[in-house]
Ligand binder design. Sequence first.
Ligand code: UD1
Ligand code: CA
Length: 457
Amino acid sequence: MKNLVGIILAAGQGTRMYSGLPKVLHNVAGQPMLDHVLEAVAALEPDRIYVVTGFMAEKVREHVGDRAICVHQKRRLGTAHAVRQVVPHLKEFRGDVLITVGDAPLIRPETLLELVKRRRAHHVAATVLTTELENPTGYGRIVRNRDGTVRKIVEEKDTNVYEAAIREINTGIYVFDCQRLLEALERVRNDNAQREYYLTDTVEILGKLGFEVEAMVAEDPTETLGVNSRADLARAENLLRRRIAMSVMEAGVTVIDPATTYIDKQVRIGKDTIIHPFTMITGKVEIGEECIIGPHVHIADSKVGAGSHLQFCYVQEAEIGSGVSVGPYALVRPGCKIANNTRIGTFVEVTRSKIGEGCDILHLSYIGDARIGNRVSLGTGTVTINFDGNTKHQTIIGDDVFLGSNTRLIAPVEVASGVRFPHNAELTGKVRSHEQQPQARKAKSQTQRKRPKTRPK
Ligand code: UD1
Ligand code: CA
Protein backbone atom coordinates (compact mmCIF):
# COMPACT_ATOMS: atom_id res chain seq x y z
CA MET A 1 0.00 0.00 0.00
CA LYS A 2 1.41 3.37 -1.03
CA ASN A 3 1.57 6.44 1.22
CA LEU A 4 1.52 4.39 4.37
CA VAL A 5 4.07 4.04 7.15
CA GLY A 6 3.80 1.72 10.13
CA ILE A 7 4.98 2.46 13.67
CA ILE A 8 5.27 -0.32 16.23
CA LEU A 9 5.68 0.79 19.84
CA ALA A 10 8.04 -1.59 21.58
CA ALA A 11 10.08 0.41 24.08
CA GLY A 12 8.47 -1.01 27.19
CA GLN A 13 10.17 -3.39 29.58
CA GLY A 14 6.99 -5.22 30.44
CA THR A 15 7.38 -4.80 34.19
CA ARG A 16 4.56 -7.22 34.92
CA MET A 17 6.32 -10.01 32.99
CA TYR A 18 9.08 -10.12 35.65
CA SER A 19 11.60 -11.00 32.96
CA GLY A 20 15.12 -10.18 31.85
CA LEU A 21 13.91 -10.34 28.27
CA PRO A 22 12.13 -7.37 26.65
CA LYS A 23 8.41 -8.11 26.61
CA VAL A 24 8.05 -8.01 22.83
CA LEU A 25 10.66 -10.77 22.45
CA HIS A 26 8.64 -13.30 24.42
CA ASN A 27 7.43 -16.11 22.18
CA VAL A 28 3.87 -16.82 21.19
CA ALA A 29 3.26 -19.85 18.95
CA GLY A 30 6.98 -20.26 18.39
CA GLN A 31 8.02 -16.71 17.55
CA PRO A 32 8.46 -13.42 19.40
CA MET A 33 5.35 -11.25 19.75
CA LEU A 34 7.13 -8.52 17.85
CA ASP A 35 7.49 -10.82 14.82
CA HIS A 36 3.77 -11.46 14.71
CA VAL A 37 3.09 -7.72 14.73
CA LEU A 38 5.87 -6.98 12.23
CA GLU A 39 4.50 -9.61 9.87
CA ALA A 40 0.97 -8.25 10.15
CA VAL A 41 2.12 -4.70 9.41
CA ALA A 42 4.51 -5.82 6.65
CA ALA A 43 1.65 -7.66 4.94
CA LEU A 44 0.20 -4.23 4.05
CA GLU A 45 3.44 -3.42 2.22
CA PRO A 46 3.85 0.06 3.71
CA ASP A 47 6.55 2.44 2.48
CA ARG A 48 8.44 2.04 5.77
CA ILE A 49 8.05 0.46 9.19
CA TYR A 50 9.48 2.02 12.36
CA VAL A 51 9.95 0.16 15.61
CA VAL A 52 10.34 2.33 18.71
CA THR A 53 12.84 0.65 21.04
CA GLY A 54 13.79 1.44 24.63
CA PHE A 55 14.35 -1.35 27.12
CA MET A 56 17.26 -3.51 25.87
CA ALA A 57 17.13 -1.61 22.59
CA GLU A 58 20.23 -3.34 21.20
CA LYS A 59 18.68 -6.76 21.56
CA VAL A 60 15.42 -5.67 19.97
CA ARG A 61 17.25 -3.88 17.16
CA GLU A 62 19.35 -6.95 16.45
CA HIS A 63 16.24 -9.08 16.33
CA VAL A 64 14.39 -6.72 14.01
CA GLY A 65 17.34 -6.58 11.59
CA ASP A 66 16.49 -5.02 8.27
CA ARG A 67 12.77 -5.63 8.59
CA ALA A 68 12.16 -2.17 10.04
CA ILE A 69 13.90 1.05 11.03
CA CYS A 70 14.52 1.12 14.77
CA VAL A 71 14.17 4.46 16.54
CA HIS A 72 15.39 4.73 20.09
CA GLN A 73 13.32 6.26 22.88
CA LYS A 74 15.81 7.11 25.64
CA ARG A 75 13.32 7.71 28.41
CA ARG A 76 9.92 6.09 28.53
CA LEU A 77 7.64 9.05 28.98
CA GLY A 78 4.51 7.62 27.38
CA THR A 79 3.09 6.48 24.08
CA ALA A 80 2.88 10.01 22.57
CA HIS A 81 6.50 10.58 23.54
CA ALA A 82 7.35 7.26 21.85
CA VAL A 83 5.69 8.33 18.59
CA ARG A 84 7.43 11.72 18.82
CA GLN A 85 10.75 9.92 18.38
CA VAL A 86 9.67 9.07 14.83
CA VAL A 87 8.46 12.60 14.01
CA PRO A 88 11.79 13.76 12.48
CA HIS A 89 11.30 11.01 9.87
CA LEU A 90 7.73 12.09 9.10
CA LYS A 91 8.06 15.82 8.57
CA GLU A 92 7.72 15.57 4.78
CA PHE A 93 5.43 12.58 4.70
CA ARG A 94 1.90 12.91 3.32
CA GLY A 95 -0.18 9.84 3.95
CA ASP A 96 -1.32 7.45 6.64
CA VAL A 97 0.51 6.49 9.81
CA LEU A 98 -0.53 3.12 11.18
CA ILE A 99 0.38 2.83 14.86
CA THR A 100 0.35 -0.54 16.61
CA VAL A 101 1.76 -1.92 19.82
CA GLY A 102 4.37 -4.66 19.97
CA ASP A 103 2.51 -6.51 22.70
CA ALA A 104 -0.68 -7.32 20.77
CA PRO A 105 0.46 -10.35 18.73
CA LEU A 106 -2.94 -11.56 17.56
CA ILE A 107 -3.74 -8.68 15.26
CA ARG A 108 -4.51 -9.84 11.70
CA PRO A 109 -3.34 -7.95 8.59
CA GLU A 110 -6.92 -7.99 7.24
CA THR A 111 -8.04 -5.88 10.20
CA LEU A 112 -5.19 -3.40 9.80
CA LEU A 113 -5.94 -3.05 6.09
CA GLU A 114 -9.63 -2.44 6.80
CA LEU A 115 -8.66 0.25 9.31
CA VAL A 116 -6.51 2.14 6.79
CA LYS A 117 -9.16 1.83 4.08
CA ARG A 118 -11.82 3.11 6.48
CA ARG A 119 -9.87 6.28 7.30
CA ARG A 120 -9.19 6.99 3.67
CA ALA A 121 -12.80 6.44 2.63
CA HIS A 122 -14.26 8.60 5.41
CA HIS A 123 -11.66 11.40 5.17
CA VAL A 124 -11.29 11.63 8.96
CA ALA A 125 -8.15 12.69 10.85
CA ALA A 126 -7.82 9.30 12.51
CA THR A 127 -9.54 5.95 12.89
CA VAL A 128 -9.14 4.09 16.17
CA LEU A 129 -9.51 0.32 16.39
CA THR A 130 -11.76 -0.40 19.36
CA THR A 131 -13.51 -3.41 20.77
CA GLU A 132 -16.13 -4.18 23.39
CA LEU A 133 -15.04 -6.18 26.39
CA GLU A 134 -17.03 -7.82 29.18
CA ASN A 135 -14.30 -6.64 31.49
CA PRO A 136 -12.60 -3.45 30.25
CA THR A 137 -10.22 -3.21 33.23
CA GLY A 138 -6.80 -1.82 32.37
CA TYR A 139 -7.70 -0.39 28.97
CA GLY A 140 -8.40 3.19 27.83
CA ARG A 141 -12.16 3.88 27.44
CA ILE A 142 -13.72 5.26 24.28
CA VAL A 143 -15.97 8.30 24.84
CA ARG A 144 -18.14 9.00 21.81
CA ASN A 145 -19.92 12.13 20.60
CA ARG A 146 -23.64 12.07 19.88
CA ASP A 147 -22.96 11.58 16.17
CA GLY A 148 -20.89 8.47 16.90
CA THR A 149 -17.47 10.00 16.29
CA VAL A 150 -14.89 9.64 19.05
CA ARG A 151 -14.64 12.55 21.47
CA LYS A 152 -11.76 11.28 23.59
CA ILE A 153 -10.01 8.27 25.05
CA VAL A 154 -9.71 8.19 28.83
CA GLU A 155 -7.02 6.06 30.44
CA GLU A 156 -8.34 3.87 33.21
CA LYS A 157 -6.45 5.74 35.93
CA ASP A 158 -8.06 9.01 34.79
CA THR A 159 -11.67 7.83 34.45
CA ASN A 160 -14.67 9.04 36.45
CA VAL A 161 -17.35 6.50 37.43
CA TYR A 162 -19.32 6.97 34.21
CA GLU A 163 -16.29 6.57 32.00
CA ALA A 164 -15.08 3.56 33.96
CA ALA A 165 -18.35 1.80 33.13
CA ILE A 166 -17.79 2.14 29.36
CA ARG A 167 -17.06 -1.22 27.79
CA GLU A 168 -15.76 0.00 24.47
CA ILE A 169 -11.97 0.16 24.78
CA ASN A 170 -8.96 1.42 22.89
CA THR A 171 -6.95 -1.44 21.39
CA GLY A 172 -3.86 0.79 21.01
CA ILE A 173 -4.05 0.46 17.22
CA TYR A 174 -4.79 3.54 15.12
CA VAL A 175 -4.42 5.08 11.69
CA PHE A 176 -3.72 8.83 11.52
CA ASP A 177 -3.46 11.29 8.70
CA CYS A 178 0.23 12.05 9.17
CA GLN A 179 0.11 15.84 9.22
CA ARG A 180 -2.89 15.87 11.60
CA LEU A 181 -0.97 13.50 13.90
CA LEU A 182 2.06 15.82 13.96
CA GLU A 183 -0.13 18.83 14.80
CA ALA A 184 -1.81 17.00 17.65
CA LEU A 185 1.40 15.47 19.05
CA GLU A 186 2.87 18.95 19.61
CA ARG A 187 -0.01 19.74 21.92
CA VAL A 188 0.04 16.63 24.13
CA ARG A 189 0.77 17.43 27.82
CA ASN A 190 1.48 15.06 30.69
CA ASP A 191 -1.03 16.46 33.19
CA ASN A 192 -2.60 13.09 34.05
CA ALA A 193 -2.51 10.42 36.74
CA GLN A 194 0.61 8.73 35.35
CA ARG A 195 2.54 11.91 34.37
CA GLU A 196 2.93 10.43 30.90
CA TYR A 197 2.50 11.82 27.41
CA TYR A 198 -0.49 9.83 26.21
CA LEU A 199 -0.93 9.17 22.51
CA THR A 200 -4.60 8.75 23.31
CA ASP A 201 -4.83 12.49 24.11
CA THR A 202 -4.38 13.27 20.42
CA VAL A 203 -8.01 12.24 19.85
CA GLU A 204 -9.49 14.99 22.00
CA ILE A 205 -6.93 17.49 20.69
CA LEU A 206 -7.90 16.74 17.09
CA GLY A 207 -11.57 17.27 17.99
CA LYS A 208 -10.76 20.66 19.49
CA LEU A 209 -8.86 21.57 16.33
CA GLY A 210 -12.04 20.81 14.38
CA PHE A 211 -11.13 17.38 12.99
CA GLU A 212 -13.11 14.17 13.24
CA VAL A 213 -11.91 10.87 14.67
CA GLU A 214 -13.81 7.65 14.04
CA ALA A 215 -13.80 4.27 15.70
CA MET A 216 -13.77 0.92 13.97
CA VAL A 217 -15.00 -1.84 16.23
CA ALA A 218 -13.04 -5.09 15.88
CA GLU A 219 -15.61 -7.86 15.73
CA ASP A 220 -13.30 -10.38 17.33
CA PRO A 221 -12.07 -8.95 20.64
CA THR A 222 -9.45 -11.68 20.99
CA GLU A 223 -7.56 -10.22 18.06
CA THR A 224 -6.55 -7.16 20.03
CA LEU A 225 -5.55 -8.86 23.27
CA GLY A 226 -2.67 -6.95 24.85
CA VAL A 227 -0.07 -9.04 26.66
CA ASN A 228 1.05 -7.51 29.94
CA SER A 229 1.71 -10.60 32.08
CA ARG A 230 2.64 -14.26 31.75
CA ALA A 231 -1.03 -15.13 32.19
CA ASP A 232 -1.85 -12.95 29.18
CA LEU A 233 0.98 -14.65 27.32
CA ALA A 234 -0.58 -18.06 27.92
CA ARG A 235 -3.95 -16.69 26.81
CA ALA A 236 -2.44 -15.33 23.61
CA GLU A 237 -0.68 -18.64 23.01
CA ASN A 238 -3.92 -20.53 23.41
CA LEU A 239 -5.87 -18.24 21.09
CA LEU A 240 -3.20 -18.17 18.43
CA ARG A 241 -2.76 -21.92 18.60
CA ARG A 242 -6.48 -22.38 18.02
CA ARG A 243 -6.36 -19.98 15.11
CA ILE A 244 -3.45 -21.87 13.54
CA ALA A 245 -5.22 -25.22 14.03
CA MET A 246 -8.29 -23.76 12.31
CA SER A 247 -6.29 -22.60 9.30
CA VAL A 248 -4.47 -25.94 9.10
CA MET A 249 -7.85 -27.71 9.09
CA GLU A 250 -9.19 -25.32 6.47
CA ALA A 251 -6.26 -26.35 4.28
CA GLY A 252 -7.42 -29.97 4.39
CA VAL A 253 -5.57 -31.41 7.37
CA THR A 254 -7.36 -33.46 10.02
CA VAL A 255 -6.50 -32.36 13.54
CA ILE A 256 -8.14 -34.91 15.80
CA ASP A 257 -7.85 -32.76 18.93
CA PRO A 258 -6.84 -29.11 18.48
CA ALA A 259 -6.76 -28.68 22.26
CA THR A 260 -3.75 -30.98 22.63
CA THR A 261 -2.04 -30.17 19.35
CA TYR A 262 0.60 -27.43 19.26
CA ILE A 263 1.40 -26.15 15.80
CA ASP A 264 3.66 -23.14 15.32
CA LYS A 265 2.95 -20.40 12.83
CA GLN A 266 5.70 -21.34 10.37
CA VAL A 267 4.51 -24.93 9.95
CA ARG A 268 3.20 -26.09 6.56
CA ILE A 269 1.20 -29.30 6.29
CA GLY A 270 -0.10 -31.03 3.15
CA LYS A 271 -3.71 -32.07 2.72
CA ASP A 272 -5.17 -35.32 4.03
CA THR A 273 -2.50 -35.56 6.66
CA ILE A 274 -3.91 -36.61 10.03
CA ILE A 275 -2.53 -35.15 13.25
CA HIS A 276 -3.27 -37.26 16.31
CA PRO A 277 -3.45 -35.82 19.86
CA PHE A 278 -0.52 -34.75 22.03
CA THR A 279 1.57 -33.63 19.13
CA MET A 280 3.86 -30.60 18.89
CA ILE A 281 5.06 -29.30 15.56
CA THR A 282 7.41 -26.44 16.27
CA GLY A 283 9.67 -24.03 14.47
CA LYS A 284 10.02 -24.29 10.71
CA VAL A 285 8.44 -27.55 9.65
CA GLU A 286 7.14 -28.84 6.33
CA ILE A 287 5.01 -31.97 6.27
CA GLY A 288 3.75 -33.54 3.03
CA GLU A 289 0.33 -34.88 2.12
CA GLU A 290 -1.31 -38.00 3.54
CA CYS A 291 0.97 -38.39 6.53
CA ILE A 292 -0.10 -39.78 9.86
CA ILE A 293 1.51 -37.80 12.67
CA GLY A 294 1.08 -38.73 16.31
CA PRO A 295 -0.07 -39.49 18.87
CA HIS A 296 2.73 -38.09 21.04
CA VAL A 297 5.06 -36.75 18.41
CA HIS A 298 7.30 -33.71 18.56
CA ILE A 299 8.67 -32.53 15.21
CA ALA A 300 10.95 -29.48 15.36
CA ASP A 301 12.52 -27.61 12.42
CA SER A 302 12.27 -30.57 10.04
CA LYS A 303 10.90 -31.76 6.73
CA VAL A 304 8.71 -34.83 6.36
CA GLY A 305 7.74 -36.19 2.94
CA ALA A 306 4.32 -37.40 1.83
CA GLY A 307 2.72 -40.53 3.24
CA SER A 308 5.06 -40.87 6.18
CA HIS A 309 3.95 -42.23 9.52
CA LEU A 310 5.40 -40.91 12.77
CA GLN A 311 4.23 -41.98 16.19
CA PHE A 312 5.58 -41.49 19.72
CA CYS A 313 8.81 -39.92 18.60
CA TYR A 314 10.96 -36.79 18.63
CA VAL A 315 12.36 -35.56 15.35
CA GLN A 316 14.66 -32.56 15.43
CA GLU A 317 16.35 -30.67 12.54
CA ALA A 318 16.03 -33.65 10.23
CA GLU A 319 14.89 -34.38 6.72
CA ILE A 320 12.60 -37.34 6.35
CA GLY A 321 11.49 -38.66 2.95
CA SER A 322 8.18 -40.07 1.73
CA GLY A 323 6.62 -43.26 2.97
CA VAL A 324 8.96 -43.34 5.95
CA SER A 325 7.86 -44.68 9.31
CA VAL A 326 9.39 -43.52 12.58
CA GLY A 327 8.61 -44.88 16.01
CA PRO A 328 7.05 -45.75 18.31
CA TYR A 329 9.72 -44.51 20.73
CA ALA A 330 12.37 -43.22 18.36
CA LEU A 331 14.68 -40.24 18.47
CA VAL A 332 15.87 -38.61 15.28
CA ARG A 333 18.46 -35.98 16.15
CA PRO A 334 19.87 -33.06 14.18
CA GLY A 335 21.61 -33.65 10.88
CA CYS A 336 19.71 -36.76 9.78
CA LYS A 337 18.50 -37.41 6.28
CA ILE A 338 16.27 -40.42 5.97
CA ALA A 339 15.30 -41.39 2.41
CA ASN A 340 11.98 -42.72 1.12
CA ASN A 341 10.31 -45.87 2.42
CA THR A 342 12.79 -46.43 5.24
CA ARG A 343 11.57 -47.66 8.60
CA ILE A 344 13.02 -46.43 11.90
CA GLY A 345 11.48 -48.54 14.64
CA THR A 346 11.23 -48.88 18.37
CA PHE A 347 13.93 -47.52 20.68
CA VAL A 348 16.09 -46.42 17.81
CA GLU A 349 18.22 -43.28 18.00
CA VAL A 350 19.69 -41.76 14.87
CA THR A 351 22.01 -38.76 14.80
CA ARG A 352 24.06 -36.97 12.10
CA SER A 353 23.36 -39.79 9.69
CA LYS A 354 22.24 -40.28 6.12
CA ILE A 355 20.11 -43.34 5.57
CA GLY A 356 19.15 -44.50 2.07
CA GLU A 357 15.86 -45.76 0.67
CA GLY A 358 13.99 -48.84 1.80
CA CYS A 359 16.13 -49.49 4.88
CA ASP A 360 14.95 -51.22 8.05
CA ILE A 361 16.34 -50.26 11.44
CA LEU A 362 13.54 -51.56 13.54
CA HIS A 363 14.59 -52.33 17.10
CA LEU A 364 16.98 -51.07 19.77
CA SER A 365 19.64 -49.37 17.67
CA TYR A 366 21.98 -46.43 17.91
CA ILE A 367 23.12 -45.00 14.58
CA GLY A 368 25.51 -42.04 14.82
CA ASP A 369 27.72 -40.42 12.17
CA ALA A 370 26.72 -43.00 9.55
CA ARG A 371 26.17 -43.05 5.83
CA ILE A 372 23.96 -45.94 4.94
CA GLY A 373 23.02 -46.99 1.38
CA ASN A 374 19.73 -48.30 0.04
CA ARG A 375 17.85 -51.44 1.12
CA VAL A 376 20.03 -51.99 4.18
CA SER A 377 18.65 -54.04 7.02
CA LEU A 378 20.13 -53.64 10.50
CA GLY A 379 18.97 -56.24 13.03
CA THR A 380 17.88 -55.76 16.61
CA GLY A 381 20.48 -54.10 18.79
CA THR A 382 22.81 -53.05 15.98
CA VAL A 383 24.87 -50.09 17.14
CA THR A 384 27.51 -47.81 15.73
CA ILE A 385 30.35 -47.26 18.13
CA ASN A 386 31.20 -43.84 16.78
CA PHE A 387 33.01 -42.27 19.72
CA ASP A 388 36.34 -43.51 21.06
CA GLY A 389 36.41 -41.08 23.96
CA ASN A 390 38.14 -38.37 21.96
CA THR A 391 36.82 -38.25 18.43
CA LYS A 392 33.70 -39.19 16.53
CA HIS A 393 34.27 -41.57 13.61
CA GLN A 394 32.21 -42.45 10.57
CA THR A 395 30.38 -45.61 9.68
CA ILE A 396 29.78 -46.21 5.99
CA ILE A 397 27.52 -48.98 4.76
CA GLY A 398 26.88 -49.74 1.08
CA ASP A 399 23.67 -50.92 -0.59
CA ASP A 400 21.83 -54.20 0.11
CA VAL A 401 23.75 -54.94 3.30
CA PHE A 402 22.24 -57.24 5.90
CA LEU A 403 23.62 -57.11 9.42
CA GLY A 404 21.80 -59.33 11.88
CA SER A 405 21.02 -58.81 15.54
CA ASN A 406 23.61 -57.44 17.90
CA THR A 407 26.08 -56.22 15.29
CA ARG A 408 28.65 -53.75 16.60
CA LEU A 409 30.08 -51.34 14.05
CA ILE A 410 33.31 -49.96 15.49
CA ALA A 411 33.97 -46.77 13.56
CA PRO A 412 35.78 -45.92 11.42
CA VAL A 413 34.25 -48.77 9.50
CA GLU A 414 33.19 -49.24 5.91
CA VAL A 415 30.94 -52.13 4.92
CA ALA A 416 30.83 -52.86 1.19
CA SER A 417 27.58 -53.30 -0.70
CA GLY A 418 25.99 -56.73 -0.52
CA VAL A 419 27.79 -57.85 2.66
CA ARG A 420 25.75 -60.09 4.95
CA PHE A 421 26.36 -61.14 8.55
CA PRO A 422 23.67 -63.16 10.31
CA HIS A 423 24.26 -61.85 13.84
CA ASN A 424 26.71 -60.85 16.60
CA ALA A 425 29.39 -59.49 14.27
CA GLU A 426 31.91 -56.93 15.42
CA LEU A 427 32.99 -54.97 12.36
CA THR A 428 35.77 -52.44 11.94
CA GLY A 429 38.00 -51.07 9.18
CA LYS A 430 37.14 -52.11 5.62
CA VAL A 431 34.64 -54.94 5.45
CA ARG A 432 34.37 -56.39 1.92
CA SER A 433 32.84 -59.75 2.69
CA HIS A 434 32.23 -62.13 5.58
CA GLU A 435 35.58 -63.93 5.03
CA GLN A 436 37.72 -60.81 5.09
CA GLN A 437 36.79 -60.06 8.68
CA PRO A 438 38.21 -62.93 10.78
CA GLN A 439 38.20 -60.88 13.95
CA ALA A 440 34.49 -60.48 13.48
CA ARG A 441 33.99 -64.22 13.50
CA LYS A 442 36.21 -64.49 16.54
CA ALA A 443 34.21 -61.93 18.41
CA LYS A 444 31.08 -63.73 17.41
CA SER A 445 32.26 -67.10 18.69
CA GLN A 446 33.43 -65.57 21.98
CA THR A 447 30.09 -64.06 22.72
CA GLN A 448 28.40 -67.28 21.72
CA ARG A 449 30.52 -69.18 24.20
CA LYS A 450 29.75 -66.78 27.01
CA ARG A 451 26.05 -66.50 26.38
CA PRO A 452 24.75 -69.76 27.88
CA LYS A 453 26.42 -68.98 31.23
CA THR A 454 24.92 -65.52 31.68
CA ARG A 455 21.54 -66.05 30.14
CA PRO A 456 18.91 -67.92 32.14
CA LYS A 457 17.20 -70.53 30.02
C1 UD1 B 1 -2.22 1.68 26.03
C2 UD1 B 1 -3.22 2.79 25.72
C3 UD1 B 1 -4.61 2.35 26.17
C4 UD1 B 1 -4.98 1.07 25.46
C5 UD1 B 1 -3.90 -0.01 25.65
C6 UD1 B 1 -4.18 -1.16 24.73
C7 UD1 B 1 -2.01 4.91 26.01
C8 UD1 B 1 -1.79 6.09 26.88
N1 UD1 B 1 -2.84 3.97 26.46
O1 UD1 B 1 -2.21 1.47 27.42
O2 UD1 B 1 -5.57 3.33 25.88
O3 UD1 B 1 -6.21 0.60 25.94
O4 UD1 B 1 -2.59 0.49 25.31
O5 UD1 B 1 -3.29 -2.24 24.99
O6 UD1 B 1 -1.47 4.86 24.90
N2 UD1 B 1 5.48 2.27 24.93
C9 UD1 B 1 6.60 2.87 24.44
N3 UD1 B 1 7.10 3.96 25.07
C10 UD1 B 1 6.51 4.52 26.15
C11 UD1 B 1 5.33 3.91 26.64
C12 UD1 B 1 4.85 2.77 26.00
O7 UD1 B 1 7.18 2.40 23.46
O8 UD1 B 1 7.03 5.52 26.65
C13 UD1 B 1 4.97 1.08 24.25
C14 UD1 B 1 4.97 -0.16 25.13
O9 UD1 B 1 6.17 -0.88 24.96
C15 UD1 B 1 3.79 -0.95 24.59
C16 UD1 B 1 2.84 0.13 24.09
O10 UD1 B 1 3.61 1.30 23.91
O11 UD1 B 1 4.14 -1.78 23.51
C17 UD1 B 1 1.71 0.41 25.06
O12 UD1 B 1 2.24 0.83 26.28
P1 UD1 B 1 1.64 0.32 27.66
O13 UD1 B 1 2.38 0.94 28.75
O14 UD1 B 1 1.51 -1.16 27.63
O15 UD1 B 1 0.21 1.03 27.55
P2 UD1 B 1 -1.12 0.57 28.24
O16 UD1 B 1 -1.15 1.05 29.63
O17 UD1 B 1 -1.36 -0.86 27.98
CA1 CA C 1 -0.14 -2.72 27.17
